[in-house]
Design a protein around this ligand. Structure first.
Ligand code: SPD
Length: 385
C-alpha cells in the first residue's frame, strides 16, 4: 500500500475512533507526515476548525532576560538517581529559587503524566523517542535562546538531533547505554550475550528492567533484529524469549535494583551503564558489559512542558546546568556521559562517546508509531504471563 493510502487510512481510523489520538500521532510520524499535517488532522477530528494557512514562524524577537521577572519556584520531574546530590541545593543557594524535585522510572510514566494535563512541572527529561511523542502531541514549549547564554557549550554531536532537528525544544541532559550489570564474584564467567537471562543456573538471581522498550528491545537484538522493530513475527518471537526469561527472573526492576546488586541478592541485571557505575561505587564486585548482539544508546533531554508555570526559572536552571563545572559534577555523580563539550573537557575520566566501530553495535530508540499499541499489548502479556 502507498504511503499516501496508509496516511488516509490512519486519518479515517482516527475519525471513526478505531484508534486514539496518541496512536494516530505515532502512526503519522512513522509514515513521515509533518507536524502541521498531523496537527490539522487532529484539529479536524476534534471538531475544531483547522487553520486556513499553516502557522507563520514567530517573527517577534525573543524576550530579553530583564523583561520577564524571575519566578520564586521551580518544579522538576526527572529520572531517579540522575543528578548530583548538591546540584539543586547549590542552585537554590545562588538564586533563592525553591525547587520541588520528583522522580520517575520510565518514559511511559512521564508521557502519561503530561498527557493527563496540568502536571504543574516546569522541566521534564524524556529520552529521544519520547521527545518525538511529546512534540507530536503538542505538549512541549519552545525554549528561549536569549535566556540560555551557555547553550553553546553543548557538543555538536547532541545538536540538531533526529528528535529535535531545530534545537528549539531540548537541552540534552545525559546520554548512556543499556547493558548487563553483573557480580564478578557470583557468575562463572562474565556474560557477553542477552542469552544469560535464559541461563537456568542463575534462576532467581537475575532481573530485567521494568521498561517496555529496553526489555522487548533486548530480545529483538538477541535475534539480530532492530530494537525499533514493528514486524509482528519478530515481536512475537521477542515475546516468547521474554516469557522464557521471565520464568528465571527475580523481577522486572529498573534503577532500584542497584541496592540488590550491592547486597549480592541479584547477580545479573539488565541495567543502564551509569546506574551500574553508581552501584560499583558501593561494591567493586560489580561490572558492566555491552552484549555482543548490540543494544540501546540513548540521550535524555530537558524540556519545558506546555503551560509550565515557571518558564523563566526553568531557563535559569537549564543555563545553570550548562555551566561546565555543574555539568561535570552531574556526570561525575551519575556515571553517564555529558553532552556538554566543556564539561567533558574538564573531567578527569569522562565517559567517551562511542567510536564509529562501537556505534555499529548501538541503536537509538525511535518512536514506534502505530505499532506502539502492539508493543503495549505484548508488554502487558509479558508482565501478566
Ligand atoms: N537513573 C537514570 C536512568 C536514565 C535512563 N534513561 C534512558 C532510558 C532509555 N530507555
Amino acid at each position: 500500500m502507498s504511503q499516501e493510502k496508509k496516511a488516509i487510512e490512519l486519518a479515517e481510523d482516527l475519525a471513526s475512533h478505531r484508534i486514539d489520538r496518541r496512536s494516530f500521532v505515532r502512526g503519522a510520524l512513522a509514515l513521515g507526515l509533518g507536524l502541521p499535517t498531523i496537527s490539522a488532522v487532529l484539529q479536524a477530528c476534534s471538531g475544531e476548525e483547522a487553520p486556513k494557512e499553516p502557522p507563520k514562524p514567530e517573527t517577534t524577537e525573543p524576550a530579553k532576560p530583564a523583561e520577564v521577572p524571575m519566578e520564586k519556584e521551580l518544579r522538576i520531574y526527572n529520572w531517579s538517581d540522575y543528578i548530583a546530590e548538591d546540584t539543586v541545593a547549590n542552585f537554590k543557594k545562588e538564586t533563592g529559587i525553591e525547587v520541588i524535585y520528583d522522580t520517575y522510572e520510565a518514559n511511559e510514566e512521564l508521557v502519561a503524566k503530561l498527557q493527563a494535563g496540568a502536571s504543574g512541572y516546569d522541566l521534564v527529561c524524556p529520552s529521544g523517542y519520547a521527545v518525538q511523542v511529546l512534540l507530536a502531541l503538542n505538549l512541549l514549549e519552545k525554549l528561549n535562546p536569549a535566556w540560555l547564554p551557555n547553550v553553546g557549550n553543548i557538543s555538536t554531536v547532541f545538536r540538531k538531533t533526529a528528535f529535535d532537528p531545530t534545537d528549539e525544544f531540548t537541552v540534552p541532559w545525559q546520554w548512556g547505554t543499556t547493558g548487563i550489570a553483573f557480580r564478578k564474584d557470583k557468575v562463572k564467567a562474565p556474560p557477553d550475550s542477552w542469552a544469560v537471562f535464559l541461563d537456568k543456573q542463575y534462576k532467581g538471581k537475575m532481573t530485567m528492567m521494568d521498561d517496555m522498550r529496553d526489555v522487548i528491545g533486548a530480545w529483538l537484538r538477541y535475534r539480530g533484529k532492530s530494537l525499533n522493530s514493528t514486524n509482528a513475527d519478530e515481536l512475537a518471537q521477542a515475546k516468547k524469549d521474554a516469557l522464557e526469561a521471565k520464568a528465571l527472573l527475580q523481577s522486572f526492576i529498573s534503577a532500584p535494583v542497584k541496592g540488590q546488586l550491592v547486597a549480592g541478592d541479584v547477580w545479573v541485571a539488565q541495567l543502564w551503564n551509569g546506574d551500574t557505575m553508581q552501584a560499583k561505587v558501593e561494591s567493586d564486585q560489580i561490572d558492566y558489559v555491552i552484549p555482543k548482539e548490540g543494544t540501546t544508546i540513548w540521550c535524555d533531554s530537558m524540556c519545558i512542558p506546555k503551560g509550565a508555570p515557571h518558564p523563566r526559572a526553568a531557563h535559569a536552571f537549564l543555563d545553570y546546568i550548562l555551566r561546565p563545572e555543574v555539568g561535570a559534577s552531574i556526570s561525575k555523580f551519575t556515571g553517564y556521559g555529558s553532552p556538554n563539550a566543556k564539561s567533558t573537557a574538564s573531567m578527569e575520566k569522562p565517559v567517551p562517546y562511542p567510536t564509529e566501530e562501537q556505534l555499529k553495535l548501538l541503536e537509538y530508540q525511535t518512536d514506534l508509531g502505530a505499532a506502539s499499541q502492539q508493543w503495549d499489548q505484548i508488554w502487558t502479556e509479558i508482565k501478566a504471563g
